[in-house]
Design a binder for this molecule. Sequence first.
Ligand code: HEC
Ligand code: HEC
Length: 437
Amino acid sequence: MKRPHRVALVLCSACVLPCSAALALEPVEQLGKSIFFDKQLSLKKNQSCASCHTPRAGWTGPTAGVNKKGSVYPGSVRQESGNRKPPSAAYATQAPILHYVVEDGDALFIGGNFWDGRATGEKLGNPAADQAQGPFLNPVEQALPDPACVVYRVCEPAGGTPYPVGLDAVYPGSCAIDWPANADRTCGAGRMLSLADSDRAKVDAAYDSIALAIAAYEASPEVNAFSSKYDAYVAGEAALTLLEQRGLALFDEALCSACHLLDPQENGEPALLTDYTFDNLGVPKNPQNPVYDSDPDFVDLGLGAFLATRPDYAAFADANMGKQKVPTLRNVDQRPGRGFTKAYMHNGYFKTLEGVVHFYNTRDIKPRCEDFGITDATESQALANGCWPAPEVAANVNADELGNLGLSAADEAAIVAFMKTLSDGYVQKPRQGRRGR
Ligand code: HEC
Ligand code: HEC
């Protein structure tokens, strides 16, 4: 759906409310929003999508204590957790269906959702919608036993408080299902619902509609707000400081923008700060990832591991081992408070933007931490000792565009300052002599 973002920016500077409050959602987007924030849609009724994708944390993990360490969020069943850091749920909807183009004789994969692209978009025509069908049923996330349980809880909200816009209102007939007695309790006990075949078919259709509604919300201007200081600057409505301007120039010169694109999209909408391709940056493993408690030899092979599961793509698997999706850098510094720690990269190894930029700049010139006898160094240990640990996956590390950028400390700081202009919800301070309303 096309939206006049420039108009949204004008609205913003004209009122004191954040952009999101000024824009009404379409009915399907409102439905998706209710679902996105509904904790009832998990086994123990304690977890929603927003529990791992909070707007105030840039649509990623809201708990500083988790981000500081393993960066992996527990599921509805608290003892269970996955092994990756939640990426931003914003700006995920523009990802194309996973596909490849041939560049210099190599297959270059583009699109999909998840760090490894495995929510391809082939099922519902939209990677974000394919993605949205995963978490409700994933035992390490919302952990419901049956899509029918999700549909039941959306159709029959607990306490009888209906969503402002119900599933039936947007997709008529979705809830006309003959539910068994005690459906809610059966779901809470982790058991499938027994349904007539015709009702099963309706559940499948309703589950697709739920995913499409979530994707519609994720594509709405409330989530993909394009309301950062950088957007205002591009629209000629705000000025960057000298440091931010220098950071912007360096962001291009140091090739950051080769992957985190600054060009407007083909449809004229603002830059996404990603090209939805995949790369292995040689990020070290995060020694605090709880996955190592149960699987000490765990290695995150990213896109390559997914391609290996697909007969049509398996031939490309080896060349893509260790590659993770280029994340958008929009909202990379969005946080609920100054002291709040965020985690960066697929495994949350980095806790600071300064550390990330220093890694891009010096990965290939500093000695290995292991050479000093420091195994499993965290980011702060690596920075304190002037070393970097070995990459999590040694194959296919990109040495063409990063690793030794020759940036000064001041250059690094400027790039960080620029990345801080990418947080949505920028509201210009009223100029002197002009009263804010
Ligand atoms: C327990 C935490 C947790 C919950 C709950 C959760 N997510 Fe996620 N989300 C993650 C993690 C971790 C990933 C990355 C997983 C991977 O790449 O394998 C992810 C990935 C995503 C992505 C992909 C973004 C991209 O750019 O590829 C989207 C979109 C998303 N989640 C939306 C949702 C929605 C919608 C829900 C609710 C239906 C949800 N998430 C529930 C943790 C969570
Ligand atoms: C060759 C492509 C490429 C280039 C060039 C590149 N990046 Fe990245 N960037 C990625 C990929 C891929 C990831 C995720 C890697 C992972 O998780 O293992 C990433 C992750 C990040 C993250 C973490 C975001 C998050 O939400 O976790 C930041 C910050 C970042 N890049 C900033 C930069 C800066 C600054 C530069 C320039 C100095 C740069 N990138 C250059 C591909 C690139």
